[in-house]
Design a protein around this ligand. Sequence first.
Ligand code: NAD
Length: 394
Amino acid sequence: MRSEWVGRLGTMAGVKFAVPRETVEGEQRIPLSPDSIPRLKGLGLEVWAQAGAGRGAGFVDASLAEAGAEVAPSLSRCLQGAEVVCKVQPPSAKEAAALPQGSALISFLAASTPAEVLGQLVKRRITAFSFELVPRISRAQAMDVLSSQASIGGYKAVLVGASRLPKILPLQMTAAGTIAPARVLVMGAGVAGLQAIATARRLGAVVEATDVRPAVKEEVQSLGATFVELPLEAQEGEGGYAREQSEEFLARQRELTAERVEQSDLVITTAAVPGRRAPVLITKELVAKMRAGSVIVDLAADSGGNCELTRPGEEVQAGAVTILGWRNLPATVPTTASLMLARNVAAIAGHLIQEGKLVLDFEDEITSSMCALHDGQIRNPLMQESAQVGANRS
Ligand code: NAD
């Protein structure tokens, strides 16, 4: 099914693409950059940004204007007549209510989006495209926000962890003698894990990595790390992801990896299964056996944590071990994260906009997967469940 949207302004004007300022605390990213604006304009879009939207990422209003964007002094001016609104964080219910009726939204929009927000989006007949729903296929690689941001998260996790270690990472041979390199263990060698491995290696650590998908072994080794092979059945799922593992499997995995965890100075955990709680790989009993001063950076904190003691958004001191469950690490590297995000968004817009119009071709896998809501309907099955749960509660 293919449908075309002619802007409410008519065919005379280009489609207005608006980027409001983020409102979630700590969100410093913007899905627009001076580098992406000419590309968006090349698609026939009229690009607008709310004043100050790029400040956190270092893209001041003047740099956005110089690249060709219109800078709106207020949110209402930014959104007025917008046909495509693009932001990083999912809208709050209030933000959803402020979106122009019938416009398109491109942002993070998780399956667990609150029913209240979904209700507003439905009511306003918003066509919502979710970054989380970009399919992991080679044709969509340039649009893959999850990957671009996960790689930044993996990089930053190592820096955050290294800065909290009471020791240095590289081998040092000095007049005062030789200092052994730190040992880093990366659990989960997907996009974030591989970037963490590469970063820890660049800093001179001795790096080991584990994953339940043996397919990553060569990638791990090519980055100069040791792949810890476990005598366990592979847990390959669909689309290159891991499948959900049984509690028996995880108990056995914990037993087999315990010694590696105990011997590590820095453990970066990134293990995840899409749509499921993150597997617990490090129990509190194991934390108690870890080296004094060691650090765990749990990138799975938001989905429950790979360490039993992780608290999302917090630092936990467990004896002499520090556990960091920082949320949204990519937002702490806002310039690079925004540059990559803006390129992903330009690729998404390039896919959806044809001859200056938003074209919805639901026979196309990318458009169909990414589009969570359209025409007053929730298309994504997991979001339909969220909306149903919310409706049953109220
Ligand atoms: P993810 O965030 O869902 O998971 C991170 C890693 O955790 C995965 O490697 C997974 O195997 C691992 N894991 C799960 N349970 C574990 C456990 N008990 N112990 C240890 N590790 C465990 O995945 P991701 O990083 O977003 O992507 C995973 C893979 O998807 C990539 O490596 C790649 O093969 C594929 N991918 C493909 C594309 C594309 O083709 N466009 C894009 C991105 C990713």
